[in-house]
Design a protein around this ligand. Structure first.
Ligand SMILES: [Mn+2]
Length: 449
């Protein structure tokens, strides 16, 4: 793949000579770190550029961005592989650095793409958007090797660490500031455990998450000093802690999920847990502060202060949101649960809350969890499934919306997502009628199974 990247770089530099670059990237951690790597690379080259971060590539966005051609050079990162239809008739090249599924037959001569799926060894070349942007940067200049830290953050953000391809191993080797330690996936590994445990929402530890006495208790029980960090634990302490957490999580669906490597990176000149950095970036971006997230990636001190502020509020929202969700009265049916949080849970986190609940032992495998939260004059609907098997959630919501549209022809409702996680927005004044249709759809689906 490195050869393909070299060719791509040459072409890109030639075409973008004397022209500003328009970077369009995805709003998750991988997309943000991708954009940050590109930004740093272009500023080192003294090139003019601008950045747009998007949640998804809607038709209108692509159309709007393409009008910048030919004055600007368009470069997509961590997205666009599935939007090739839109580039069918373009007369100027667009550049894409992405790792998502791609339909080779739709590539034309003006779409220049780096994508592991297009190489002769997709397995070995498996990488994240940020990883590919890093390789792009390194092909431009070996001085960019330090940007491998951002690639590692993207890697953790997209959960690629469990199965490291050859290319990913190489990126990790390049990151000389990175330290890896075997352990339990509680983060941050660099802060006192009494705090890290209390704030651990992923994994969720019953009786400990959100409870200061609960966090103290588990440490007392294992004989670990309260202020020790995960990183400082001896092997013996680490295994005691793992056992204690596992006992509390008995019955959880993905029990072995809690084991994993700790990734510690020197960032802003201090040791930071990469999982924490990744969550922080994701939180800022999802809450609408992608500019702060990118500046944070580029180690701006003022952005760091703002980012930490946003992140603290985000964590408080999560912990209180989980408590609200636990206590809340739910609409329960056979194989499904609807949590209509109204304005008690923020729309930006209702999906995350559902994901967390979907790994709790409270519900049977295959149960569909639907979270609903007000989002101004709309309602955000998020669907998750408990465990690894069950019905296609995108289809469930799509069918619901079709029926709902029958009764409300003017609805704005549109479904996004995939098999295991889907969502939609619906008008707030149609709350009751939407829930009725949704319930019917969930019940119908059960009968069919
Ligand atoms: Mn990605």
């Amino acid at each position: 793949m490195l050869k393909e990247i070299d060719t791509f770089v040459k072409e890109f530099l030639k075409i973008s000579e004397n022209k500003p670059i328009r970077i369009i990237s995805h709003h998750d951690t991988d997309g943000i770190t991708s954009a940050a790597i590109l930004a740093k690379t272009f500023s080192r080259l003294d090139k003019k550029f601008s950045i747009r971060i998007v949640k998804g590539l809607e038709n209108s966005i692509i159309k709007e961005e393409l009008t910048r051609q030919p004055a600007e050079i368009i470069l997509f990162s961590d997205l666009a592989s599935s939007n090739l239809d839109h580039f069918k008739d373009i007369t100027h090249p667009v550049f894409i650095i992405d790792h998502h599924e791609i339909d080779k037959t739709k590539i034309n001569k003006n779409t220049k793409i780096i994508n592991p799926h297009l190489t002769d060894s997709p397995e070995n070349n498996q990488a994240t958007g940020a990883g590919l942007c890093y390789l792009f940067a390194k092909a431009i200049s070996s001085n960019n090797q330090g940007l491998s830290s951002l690639a590692v953050i993207g890697l953790i953000g997209d959960r690629y660490e469990t199965n490291l391809s050859k290319i990913n191993q190489q990126i990790i080797r390049d990151a000389t500031d990175l330290q890896i330690k075997k352990g339990i996936a509680i983060y941050p590994a660099t802060r006192p455990l009494r705090r890290a445990l209390e704030w651990s929402t992923n994994p969720f530890i019953p009786g400990v998450t959100g409870s200061s006495p609960g966090a103290m208790e588990i440490l007392r029980e294992t004989g670990i000093p309260y202020d020790k960090t995960l990183l400082e634990l001896s092997d013996d302490e680490m295994s005691k802690l793992i056992t204690a957490v596992m006992i509390r999580r008995t019955g959880y669906n993905k029990a072995d999920d809690i084991l994993g490597n700790l990734y510690i990176l020197k960032f802003f000149n201090t040791k930071e847990d990469v999982r924490e950095i990744s969550t922080l970036i994701n939180a800022c971006s999802r809450l609408g502060y992608s500019d702060i997230a990118i500046s944070y990636c580029l180690e701006s001190e003022s952005a760091k202060a703002q980012a930490l502020d946003i992140y603290t509020k985000y964590k408080q929202e999560l912990v209180s949101g989980l408590k609200v969700a636990e206590k809340m009265e739910k609409i329960k049916g056979k194989g499904f649960v609807i949590l209509n949080a109204k304005d008690q849970i923020k729309d930006a986190i209702v999906g995350t809350i559902c994901s967390m609940l979907s790994s709790s032992p409270t519900y049977d495998e295959g149960t569909i969890l639907i979270g609903m939260a007000y989002s101004e004059d709309k309602i955000k609907v998020s669907a998750r499934i408990v465990g690894q098997e069950g019905r296609n959630l995108k289809e469930v919501l799509e069918k619901t919306v079709i029926t709902f549209r029958g009764e409300n022809p003017l609805t704005i409702a549109e479904v996004g997502g995939h098999h295991f996680a889907a969502g939609c927005l619906v008008e707030r004044d149609k709350e009751t009628s939407f829930i009725e249709v949704l319930k019917k759809e969930l019940e119908v689906e059960i009968v069919k199974v």
